[in-house]
Design a protein around this ligand. Structure first.
Ligand SMILES: Cc1cc2nc3c(=O)[nH]c(=O)nc-3n(C[C@H](O)[C@H](O)[C@H](O)COP(=O)(O)OP(=O)(O)OC[C@H]3O[C@@H](n4cnc5c(N)ncnc54)[C@H](O)[C@@H]3O)c2cc1C
Length: 493
């Protein structure tokens, strides 16, 4: 197994896409589960911190080490099996998402959870319970995980199959591969009823697989993943529509969301049932206008939606969307409709451009990313939106708003030019997160907590529940070696 210690060679493992910076002594590149287990056993014996690195596309510093050693999963990147009949795949965690999507597409299979940045690893996606634009219809990574192989922080191996290891109320009994029994007490807090990636997923009678999904690498190293797949949809229509009034665009999203929910409830799939419902505010459109000169100069907002169709219902869906666009004064003439694959790729590139241009801006100016990832119950969303916009405007900051508005989930990204603006931005960012908590929402709906949102997780759950999370970690990681610094401050333990 390769181990690198030269600081120039390991530089890329010392930060992630949030531009959070760290340090470590060496990086290991395991090629199989035995390699992983031996690094972990040795580190556990010597109490050396170990940080797991996926693709490094995370936005919270979660894969950034604070001393100790890093395990990069990049050499464990094989597809073990794709089963088109039973519709599942088994993969190693270092597999790059875009490579996986290409392979399953060849077999006419579909894996919906795709965070906008497709250079992430599937192991990283499981560890963060990643979601993406299609989450509005298809849910996050969690919904697609059928089984996990995990090396625990003690070096022991756990093989979990969905529906196999179920907690008895809040007690989870697990058995390792060498027959050691573990009785884990699950915290009994209630998480917000929104899209959520903040803290451990805990429920009474929960499935053990769910405990590890979204645990940000703090409970074990994922070494194998079994994923559920779907048949490729016959056809997807995709459209970006511009609005001259922000209020109309927000109302359009609200109605499209409600109709989609109603369609799913009634199982009457002849009308609107959006796959994705994404929003861009006026500032986001201006931020992109140099690269996309077709954006109408007077647009106050844009909404991107997608819908699955087939030959028999395509026209009726089209009409239903057109009616809704007209009802809310959307600009039909300037709308971008994509039906061919090539057009759809262009619309996806547009959606992607906003995220990576922000990341380019912050790394060029060398600031840490200040982008909210808040979600609230649908009924409180517009309150959160206007509150956030006013806070950032009143602080005289440059910012853009976009995000997964179908899920009432908003990214407000602050674009500071100097330290004073960065410091003011931090206060605005915090105020928005506290507002989301007040509205019964979450401080992170998809990116996770990592090392940059620990105070906010504390504010969201309170000291008692954070201590329950820490006790859960301690049961599996008695020497607290794994992914030190994610979720909570060790000093609290
Ligand atoms: C431009 C851009 C757009 C993005 N858009 C979205 C989006 O729409 N939705 C979304 O959810 N995210 C989004 N992200 C964030 C990011 O892509 C996801 O969080 C992704 O899941 C991280 O995967 P990764 O492999 O890069 O993980 P890393 O950043 O390397 O690590 C993330 C966490 O996973 C842990 N980890 C990695 N591998 C393992 C393993 N094998 N076992 C245990 N723990 C492990 C790490 O220790 C760390 O805690 C975006 C990022 C960028 C840069």
């Amino acid at each position: 197994m390769i181990e690198k210690t030269n600081q120039d060679e390991i530089k890329k493992y010392l930060s992630d896409a949030s531009n959070f910076q760290g340090n470590c002594n060496s990086v290991y590149f395991p090629e199989n589960i035995d390699d992983v287990s031996s690094i972990i056993k040795e580190a556990n014996k010597k109490k050396i911190p170990v940080t797991i690195a996926g693709g490094g596309t995370g936005l919270t510093g979660a894969s950034v080490p604070q001393g100790g050693v890093v395990i990069s999963m990049e050499k464990m990147n094989n597809i073990i099996e794709i089963n088109p009949i039973e519709k599942y795949a088994t993969v190693q965690p270092g597999l790059i998402l875009s490579d996986f999507l290409e392979k399953i597409n060849e077999k006419k299979l579909f894996y919906p959870p795709d965070p906008t940045e497709k250079k992430c690893f599937l192991g990283g996606n499981v560890a963060t319970n990643a979601s993406g634009e299609k989450t509005f219809k298809y849910g996050a990574t969690r919904e697609y995980i059928m089984g996990l192989e995990i090396v625990l922080p003690t070096g022991e191996l756990l093989n979990l199959k969905r529906n196999n290891e179920i907690a008895d109320n809040y007690l989870l009994n697990l058995r390792t591969d060498n027959n050691k029994e573990l009785s884990i007490i699950i915290p009994d807090y209630i998480s917000p009823a929104t899209k959520n990636a903040s803290g451990y997923y805990c429920k009474s009678n929960m499935d053990a697989v769910d405990l590890f999904i979204g645990s940000e690498g703090t409970l074990g190293v994922i070494t194998k993943i079994k994923l559920k797949l779907l048949p490729v949809p016959e056809k997807i229509i995709s459209c970006i529509v511009f609005f001259n009034k922000e209020k109309d665009a927000l109302e359009f999203v609200r109605q499209a969301r409600n109709i989609s929910f109603d369609t799913r409830l009634r199982k009457d799939f002849r009308t609107i049932d959006a796959l994705a419902l994404e929003y861009f505010d006026e500032r986001a459109l201006k931020f992109l206008s140099n690269d996309y000169q077709q954006i109408p100069g007077d647009a106050e907002a844009a909404v991107w939606f997608e819908q699955e169709v087939n030959k028999s219902n395509e026209d009726s869906f089209f009409d239903a969307w057109l009616d809704l666009i007209r009802k809310f004064n959307g600009d039909e003439e300037s709308a971008w409709f994509a039906v061919t694959d090539a057009d759809k790729i262009k619309l996806h590139e547009f959606r992607h451009a906003i995220s990576w241009k922000i990341n380019e801006f912050i790394s060029k100016n060398n600031f840490r990313k200040l982008g909210t990832d808040v979600a609230v119950p649908d009924i409180r969303f517009e309150e959160l939106y206007y509150y956030s916009k006013n806070e950032a405007t009143n602080a005289n900051l440059n910012f853009v708003i976009y995000g997964h508005f179908g899920n009432s989930h908003m990214h407000l990204n602050i674009l500071p030019d100097n330290n004073l603006e960065f410091e003011r931005g931090k206060l605005v960012y915090r105020d928005i997160c506290l507002k989301a908590i007040e509205l019964k929402g979450t401080v992170s709906a998809e990116h996770g907590i990592g090392k940059i949102k620990r105070e906010l997780l504390f504010a969201m759950y309170g000291e008692e529940n954070i201590k329950k999370m820490m006790q859960l970690k301690k049961q599996l990681d008695p020497n607290l070696i794994l992914n030190k610094g994610n979720l909570f401050y060790e000093s609290l333990i």
